[in-house]
Design a protein around this ligand. Structure first.
Ligand code: HEM
Length: 399
């Protein structure tokens, strides 16, 4: 292994599971590099990742680690992005709890269940537009969750292409050049969301944005930037992750024909199958950035106060000391204590929604395209080179 490994290099992204296996064995706390050569400590064993989720020495707001109030450690990010970063996933309690409480009602299993007919309809319509072949990401895996979350938040249909264009440009901006190109998109996104929030104040609708601006007007202590950051978080969290579950999951099924056959023969397996797909090729390889608020030592490695620490979910989920034959896809695996949705106070708010979307998506794919096969060579499958999220770029399939 070339060291130190750059975690947004092609070398790491395309071979992530091999690198993680090496790290679990030889360097359970691995000091790698992020954009602009920034150091990062990857934690790769299951038990250590689990501990990290609940470790009070690790915080999400870098200011709480460095003591420099309001200053984020990721100062390399353009200032414009800081407002968008002011979201619950990047904050610690009590701010985190205050922000999470604002939206948690919209994500209870009961509320999510009510979305089922809408998600069914979206899946149905998407598959009506294809025959015999499709590029799975563009034509199915991406539009499905994007439409669901845009509906929930309340982005008008006609504005969605440009809105998602901006989100996408921001998400793929993890290079020096990308950073520069991203700034106009970030400005447009913020301007647009502010305007839409103003509209919802005078013309309320039955959507999340309206409930956010109403909560703001009712004197709840949160700022306009926090509303903006919440919308951005919900869209990004509900976007790439679910796309990845459907895409990486379909690829895993197509590359494991015996398992695929089993699922086709018995759709009742879908709930355990989805948990296994979440474990096997986890949509988030690491959590979002965490920061050490004090210097400490783990497995002989000293992590200095203020350092960036990344618990590696994708590695924990393949840990051979916890999962029997972790590199095998077993759609009946039980128990399956994967960490794909995280743990602790930042446990994924959208987990019930993601599970429902995946169940509907895979059921429709099984029913409508039972003879699905890869339309490219497995060796041509490429994962996107961005941090945190692990998702196949394009997946042409045929049936
Ligand atoms: C397969 C799909 C998904 C996966 C694998 C996933 C995974 C995760 C993980 C691992 C975290 C914790 C990150 C950390 O600790 O740094 C998280 C947090 C979060 N997720 Fe998801 N997610 C998915 C879908 C969704 C959806 C559909 C939504 C909703 C729109 C959503 C909303 C959130 C939010 C708001 C948080 C932050 C919670 C907090 O800070 O308290 N996620 N997700």
């Amino acid at each position: 292994m070339t060291k130190p490994l750059n975690l947004i290099s092609d070398e790491f992204t395309q071979n992530v599971h091999q690198h993680f296996a090496w790290m679990r064995e030889n360097a359970p706390v691995y000091k790698g590099k992020l954009i602009f050569g920034k150091d990062v400590y990857l934690i790769t064993r299951y038990n250590d990742v689990m501990d990290a989720f609940k470790d009070p020495r690790l915080v999400k707001n870098a200011g709480n680690a460095t003591g420099k109030d309001g200053k984020r450690a990721d100062a390399w990010m353009p200032r414009i992005l800081h407002a968008l970063q002011n979201n619950m996933l990047n904050t610690d309690d009590p701010d985190h709890r205050r922000l999470r409480n604002l939206v948690h009602k919209a994500f209870t299993p009961r509320m999510i269940q009510q979305l089922e007919p809408k998600i069914e309809q979206i899946a149905e319509e998407l598959l009506n537009q294809v025959a015999g072949e499709m590029e799975l990401v563009e034509q199915f895996a991406l539009p499905l969750p994007v439409t669901v979350i845009a509906e929930m938040v309340g982005i008008p249909v006609e504005d969605r292409p440009k809105f998602l264009g901006w989100v996408n440009r921001i998400l793929v901006s993890f290079s020096a050049f990308g950073m520069i190109r991203m700034i106009p998109a970030a400005i447009s996104l913020m301007r647009y969301t502010r305007k839409l929030a103003d509209k919802r104040r005078v013309d309320p609708r039955d959507d999340l944005l309206t409930s956010l601006v109403q909560a703001e007007d009712e004197g709840n202590s949160f700022s306009e930037d926090e509303v903006l950051a919440m919308v951005f978080l919900l869209i990004t969290a509900g976007y790439e992750t679910t796309v990845s579950l459907i895409t990486n999951g379909t690829n895993a099924l197509l590359q494991n024909p015996l398992q695929f056959e089993r699922l086709k023969a018995d759709h009742e397996l879908l709930p355990t199958a989805i948990e296994e797909l979440l474990r096997y090729d986890s949509p988030l390889v690491t959590t979002e950035m965490s920061y050490a608020r004090e210097t400490y030592t783990l497995h002989g490695v000293t992590i200095e106060r203020g350092s960036t620490v990344l618990p590696a979910i994708g590695s924990a989920n393949r840990d051979e000391t916890v999962f029997d034959r972790p590199n095998d896809l077993d759609l009946t695996r039980q128990p399956n204590k994967h960490l794909a949705f995280g743990q602790g106070i930042h446990y994924c708010l959208g987990a019930p929604l993601a599970r429902l979307e995946a169940k509907i998506a895979f059921r429709h794919l099984l029913e409508r395209c039972p003879n699905m096969r890869l339309a490219i060579a497995p060796t041509d499958i490429r994962y996107r080179n961005i941090p945190v999220i692990h998702r196949i770029n394009r997946l042409p399939v045929a049936w």
